[in-house]
Design a protein around this ligand. Structure first.
Ligand SMILES: [Zn+2]
Length: 456
C-alpha cells in the first residue's frame, strides 16, 4: 500500500521509551503505522529525518493569542505561526481577550477566528466571573476545553469571584466533567503590596516581583485545593512559579484531590536576578522567584513529580507596553508577560542536554500529560494508531543563541530569552499529516488549524 506521508530515519520518543531507526506512516491525517524504517509502507511523500528525534506533537495549554479584540498585540494567525515554528502542534488560548470569553457567543467567536486563520490545532478556555455562574453548562456545551478563574488582579483586569462564588462554580463545573484552572495569586495580598510599594516610590522591576510574594501564590493554591477537596471538582494550577506552591500541589495530590499543575520555562530557567539584568522585559505574573524557590520548584515539581505539564504563558505585548526602551524605568508603567512559543522546546531540550530530565520525561510533560489533563488524549499526545498525526521533530544537539528576538514569528517578540543560548531546536512540525514548518520556514497555510474536540 502507498500512504500519504512517511517520516523515517528518526529516533521515535514517547513517555514509554525510544526506538532508533524508526518512523511514522500517515494516511488521511491519521497515524497508520509506527515502527522500524524497513517496516514502513511506501508513501507519496517521504521525509527523511537523518537521525533526528520525533515526538508526539508538543501541546501548549497556556497561551494568550489575544484575539478577539487585542490583535495589535497578537492574533490567532501570528500566535499559531509562532507555534508551528516552535514545534508546537496544539495550543489552548486564554480567555482574557476583549470581549472576555464568558459566554457561548464569545467562545464561538474565538473558535471562528481560529478556524479562519490558525496554522496549528487549537482550543480555548472559558472564564468564570461573578457574572456568569449560570452559563457554565452552556459554555461546556459550546465546546470549551475547560474553565479559568483569575483569583488576583492581572493583565486584562478580569475581576475575581468571591470564595462563595468559587465554591458554587466548582460544584457546577464538576457536573460538566471538565477542569477548572486558576491564576492562583491571593488578590488581597498583591493589591496591598502593590499600593504600598507605589506609595513608597519603590518603582524598580524587582519591586514588582516582591509585591507578589510567594505566600500569595502558596495560599491561593492551598485554598483552591481545599475547595476542590470539599466539592470534588477537578482543578488545575496554571504557571506554578515557586517550590512552596509546588509543595502545596504535592500535598493536595497526596490527599487524593484531583489537582494538576503546570510550570513554565522561565520559572525553571531564570531566578529573580533576571530582573536586575534584563528589567521590565522579564516582568511577569506570578514573578520569577529567587534561587531557593526556583531550586525547590525543580526538586518538588520536577524531580518528585508535583508538576504535570509544561506550558509557556505566551503573552505578547508591544515594546512600548513592555518599556523596552527603558528596561529599568518605572515598573508600574510596564506590563506583565512575554512570548514563549518559540523558546519552550529549546529550553526543555537544553535541560535534557544538561541531564535534568530525560527526553521521555520531557515528552510526557509537554505532550502526553497536557492532552490527558485537558481531555484531548489519545487523539493528541499519544502516537497511537488511528490518532491525529501530530509530530514535533527536533535536533537535540543543535547549539544556538537567540541573538535577536525580532526574528521570532509573533507580532510582538519581547522576551527575556533574547541573548540566551540553547542546545536543541525544533526542525520540523507536522499537524494531522501536513508539514507546517520545515527548513526554518512556516510552510503551512493559515486556516489549516482546527478546533480540537474534547470529550466530557
Ligand atoms: Zn497566562
Amino acid at each position: 500500500m502507498t500512504v500519504d506521508l512517511v517520516v523515517r530515519n528518526c529516533t521515535v520518543v514517547t513517555p514509554a521509551g525510544r526506538t532508533p531507526d524508526s518512523g511514522v506512516a500517515v494516511e488521511d491525517g491519521q497515524i497508520v503505522a509506527v515502527g522500524r524504517n524497513d517496516r514502513l509502507p511506501d508513501a507519496d511523500r517521504v521525509v527523511d529525518c537523518e537521525g533526528a528525534v520525533l515526538v508526539p506533537g508538543i501541546i501548549d495549554c497556556h497561551i494568550h493569542n489575544r484575539e478577539p479584540g487585542l490583535e495589535y498585540k497578537e492574533d490567532w494567525e501570528s500566535a499559531t505561526r509562532a507555534a508551528a515554528a516552535g514545534g508546537v502542534t496544539t495550543v489552548v488560548g486564554m480567555p482574557n481577550t476583549d470581549p472576555v470569553i464568558d459566554r457561548p457567543e464569545h467562545l464561538q467567536l474565538k473558535f471562528d477566528r481560529g478556524e479562519a486563520s490558525a496554522h496549528v490545532d487549537f482550543q480555548s478556555y472559558a472564564v468564570i466571573t461573578s457574572e456568569n455562574l449560570d452559563r457554565i453548562a452552556d459554555l461546556d456545551a459550546a465546546g470549551a476545553i475547560g474553565f479559568k478563574i483569575f483569583l488576583g488582579s492581572t493583565v486584562g483586569d478580569v475581576p475575581a469571584p468571591t470564595d462563595g462564588e468559587i465554591l458554587e462554580a466548582m460544584e457546577r463545573i464538576r457536573e460538566t466533567g471538565k477542569r477548572l484552572g486558576f491564576h492562583e495569586e491571593n488578590g488581597e495580598i498583591i493589591d496591598y503590596y502593590t499600593a504600598k510599594f507605589q506609595a513608597e516610590g519603590k518603582n524598580r522591576p524587582i519591586d514588582h516581583s516582591h509585591s507578589r510574594p510567594v505566600i500569595a501564590e502558596q495560599e491561593a493554591v492551598e485554598r483552591m485545593i481545599t475547595f476542590a477537596e470539599e466539592t470534588g471538582a477537578a482543578v488545575h494550577m496554571y504557571h506554578v512559579s515557586s517550590g512552596s506552591a509546588a509543595q502545596a500541589v504535592a500535598d493536595g495530590k497526596e490527599r487524593g484531590v484531583d489537582v494538576t499543575a503546570e510550570t513554565t520555562p522561565h520559572y525553571l530557567w531564570f531566578t529573580e536576578e533576571v530582573m536586575h539584568e534584563k528589567g521590565n522585559p522579564a516582568r511577569i505574573q506570578p514573578p520569577i522567584r529567587d534561587a531557593e524557590e526556583r531550586d525547590l520548584l525543580w526538586q518538588v515539581g520536577i524531580d518528585e513529580g508535583a508538576i504535570d505539564c509544561f506550558a509557556t504563558d505566551h503573552a505578547p505585548h508591544t515594546p512600548e507596553e513592555k518599556l523596552v526602551d527603558d528596561p529599568f524605568g518605572n515598573t508600574w508603567e510596564s506590563t506583565s508577560g512575554f512570548v514563549g512559543l518559540e523558546t519552550e522546546v529549546p529550553v526543555m531540550l537544553t535541560f535534557v542536554n544538561q541531564g535534568r530530565f530525560t527526553l521521555e520525561e520531557w515528552v510526557r510533560r509537554h505532550s502526553t500529560r497536557p492532552a490527558q489533563v485537558w481531555g484531548m488524549y489519545p487523539q493528541k499526545g499519544s502516537l497511537q494508531i488511528g490518532t491525529d498525526a501530530d509530530f514535533t521533530i527536533v535536533d537535540p544537539d543543535r547549539e544556538w543563541t537567540l541573538e535577536d528576538a525580532s526574528t521570532l514569528h509573533s507580532k510582538n517578540c519581547v522576551t527575556p530569552f533574547e541573548g540566551e543560548s540553547f542546545v536543541g531546536k525544533s526542525i520540523a512540525t507536522v499537524v494531522r499529516g501536513e508539514v507546517v514548518f520545515e527548513d526554518g520556514a512556516v510552510v503551512g497555510e493559515s486556516g489549516y488549524g482546527t478546533r480540537v474536540d474534547v470529550d466530557d
